[in-house]
Ligand binder design. Structure first.
Ligand code: SAM
Ligand code: SF4
Length: 499
């Protein structure tokens, strides 16, 4: 059975690598937008930057909210003085505040299948990990998982799949339809946006996902450094093809998937190199498509069952460097959402949130089928890696509210077409902030009414009061009145009101 499935997967893999390569047409001959030589040279040439230069880079970044140049970004990365780093951290917080205010978006991951034809050295789903228990959720099982998640109050999911014929684009499209179909609590519990983290696809496949209403399409390059990339992704796998992956967001944007999410897996190579590469990727997408990445992710390597590579990696990123990474990315690409996951434990989440994080997950379970079922001892063998923070959504929301963050469950922007190029413009001019603030207040209120524990409701209402006072000075009298009217209609049972 296993031998047969390996053979089927091998044939499928070979067929996917045939035909048009999916990247040459975006390249300038052999040249790609990740210019390793230039990145190393820029890092070298901007060593020992003077404090005055750093301060002027920071001031200009806060003022313009445009992407940094590679040179300025390299200068920030090369700062040695810890006092100056404190100023960079503060500036990152300021950029976040100006673009996104105190909003945090939450989501939960939904792992649908862990069959995989690839062999990434760091991942427990890799095909050579024979102790991993393989499973693909049926659509009924998906619906049951979503009932649990929507019942907690989640409105956004990120689905995740290994790369395999059993989880090809048709299966992914079916899972999205199944997720959107679930309604609980008389329609108050439902998933309104499904982001997808899956393997790179062709333009035609991405068009299928666009048509079923995919949210953000996320693919992480893992590392932009080619030599390291080929060491951790064996060349006889689909993922071993660096360029097929590097240009997958070009294909997504060509297919009309408006929001794309890029990322790196920290711990594979020098984090400073990865920052300049993420910046180069963002600039490339903006130049070619008029829109940069919707989100940037930066998971740090976590222990994974039967995956010794993780312990032995030479490029592990310390907590201090993790903070520096986040702050510089925040300043370098100011309009992009930054995702921090529950891979990180609570004390790290607390430290890095103020540096510019816009999205984070709670109540996450990453075993296949583990929202509904309990795996107990087996658990480690059916998940991709181990989580650092397993707090439930209610507790997470209360924790954030106590620190002054309002959780937004808003998905209105997407439904009003405020995606892609449009949302980038609004974010850059700061106009999105007002819409988002109002919608955050409304969806937060809905959450408190429908799903919160007594304790969270109490803390949440206090935060809402503060928010309303702030908003009053920011919007017209008419808008404020409308907001108050909507809040009272929510208390009376109406839902899904938005600006
Ligand atoms: N199979 C898809 C792919 O490779 O693009 C989906 C990948 S996986 C569900 C999502 C991400 O998890 C990967 O892109 C990788 O960055 C991250 N990941 C894999 N192993 C990890 C580990 N041991 N610790 C932390 N993150 C990990
Ligand atoms: Fe498969 Fe993705 Fe894991 Fe690589 S990271 S082994 S492609 S699931």
């Amino acid at each position: 059975m296993w031998v047969e499935s390996v053979r089927v997967a091998k044939n499928w893999m070979e067929s996917r690598l045939k035909g048009e390569d999916g990247y040459s047409k975006y390249m300038d001959g052999e040249k790609t937008f990740i210019d390793e030589e230039k990145i190393f040279k820029t890092l070298k040439e901007n060593r020992d930057p003077k404090p005055a230069r750093i301060r002027s880079i920071i001031d200009e970044a806060i003022e313009s909210k445009e992407c940094l140049s590679l040179e300025d970004c390299a200068a920030l990365l090369n700062v040695k003085n810890e006092e100056l780093w404190k100023e960079i951290f503060q500036a990152a917080g300021e950029v976040k505040k100006q673009v996104y205010d105190n909003r945090i978006v939450t989501f939960a991951p939904l792992y649908c299948s862990n069959y995989c034809v690839n062999n990434c050295l760091y991942c427990a789903f890799r095909r050579e990990n024979s102790v991993e228990i393989r499973r693909r959720l049926t659509l009924d099982e998906i619906r049951r998982e979503v009932e649990v998640l929507a019942g907690m109050g989640h409105k956004r999911l990120i689905t995740s799949y290994g790369e395999h014929p059993l989880s090809d684009v048709n299966y992914i499209a079916d899972t999205l339809r199944a997720i959107y179909s679930v309604k609980v609590k008389g329609g108050r519990g439902e998933i309104r946006r499904v982001n997808v983290n899956a393997a790179p696809m062709t333009v035609e496949e991405l068009e299928i996902l666009r048509d079923v209403g995919i949210g953000t399409f996320q693919v992480f390059q893992e590392t932009y450094h080619r030599k390291t990339y080929s060491e951790v992704h064996p060349p006889d796998t689909i993922k071993g093809n660096y360029f097929w992956r590097l240009y997958c967001m070009h294909r997504a944007l060509e297919a009309g998937v408006d929001d794309v999410g890029i990322g790196v897996l920290l711990g594979l190579f020098d984090w400073r190199f990865e920052v300049l590469s993420l910046l180069s990727h963002s600039i490339e997408l903006e130049e070619k498509f008029g829109v940069g990445p919707h989100t940037i992710s930066f998971p740090r390597l976590r222990p994974a069952a039967n995956t010794p590579f993780v312990q032995n990696s030479a490029y592990k990123v310390s907590d201090e460097d993790f903070m520096k990474f986040i702050a510089v990315v925040r300043i370098a690409v100011p309009y992009t959402g930054m995702i921090l996951t529950a891979r990180e434990p609570e004390h790290i989440r607390r430290r890095v949130l103020p540096l510019g994080i816009t999205q984070t997950d709670f109540g996450s379970k990453i075993g296949i089928g583990s929202y509904r079922e309990s795996y107990n001892k087996q658990e480690a063998k059916i998940q991709q890696f181990l989580l650092g923070d397993t707090r439930e959504l209610d507790e997470g929301i209360r924790w954030l509210a106590e620190m002054g963050y309002i959780v937004s469950f808003c998905t209105a922007g997407y439904r009003c077409g405020r995606t892609g190029v449009k949302i980038m413009k609004l974010l850059k001019t700061g106009r999105e902030k007002i819409f988002c603030k109002l919608n955050a207040i409304l969806t937060f209120k809905e959450y408190l009414e429908d799903f919160a524990s007594e304790e969270t409701k109490r803390v949440g209402e206090e935060l809402l009061e503060k928010e309303l006072k702030e908003v009053k000075d920011l919007v017209s009298e008419r808008t404020y009145e409308k907001l108050i009217e909507y809040l009272s209609r929510i208390e009376d049972g109406e839902r899904d009101l938005y600006f």
